[in-house]
Design a protein around this ligand. Structure first.
Ligand code: FES
Length: 185
């Protein structure tokens, strides 16, 4: 894989302004590799936190694709985000095995509890809710991923405890960690 200048992933909560120069460097480094589109999109999202609209014409021009083709791929894959995420990303599995054990009810609860739909962020900017289609925890569903941490057997109460642990507390001494939330749920 071609080398590009190192660029640290966006820290959670950091300003999410797209770095046009870095996006151009990612595209230039990968545009001649076979099947370059997906690696380019992954690299942009990993480093910028999302794929800004301004990246679409850059990618399309370099890969000799239409903007509609690039946009179509971005919107086809649930993984790709077109808006900056909140401070934390919570993914709820909506695939078949989790559906069979209550994932749809959990998905509805998650949207109510956060006050936002999937691919959206809670009004306080703390939590972005994303659907995911299998987290490899099919025997432990419903499965949820909070940041990089997997959780199985998540019901509404456990979901609420996990989200509560993400939010800043007015009294730090009572703030629960994610592990404590797991134990309490
Ligand atoms: S179906 Fe949900 S983890 Fe596999």
């Amino acid at each position: 894989m071609p080398d590009i200048a190192p660029h640290a992933p966006r820290a959670p909560g950091a300003p999410a302004s797209a770095d046009a120069a870095h996006i151009a460097a990612i595209v230039a480094a990968r545009q001649h590799m076979p099947g370059a589109l997906l690696p380019i999109l992954h690299e942009i999202q990993d480093t910028q936190g999302f794929i800004p609209d301004t990246a679409v014409p850059v990618i399309a021009g370099a890969l000799n694709l239409s903007r509609a083709e690039v946009h179509g791929v971005i919107t086809f894959y649930h993984h790709f985000r077109q808006q900056p995420a909140g401070r934390h990303v919570v993914q709820v599995c909506r695939a078949e095995a989790c559906q069979a054990v209550g994932a749809e009810a959990l998905a509805e609860h998650a949207q109510r509890a956060l006050g936002c739909g999937f691919h959206e962020t809670s009004a306080d900017g703390q939590v972005t809710l994303e659907p995911v289609y299998c987290l490899g925890q099919c025997a432990c569903g419903p499965a949820v991923m909070v940041g990089e941490q997997l959780h199985g057997y998540v019901d509404a109460a456990r979901f609420d405890a996990l989200v509560r642990a993400l939010r800043p507390s007015s009294n730090p001494s009572t703030a629960a960690t994610a592990a404590e939330a797991e134990a309490q749920a």
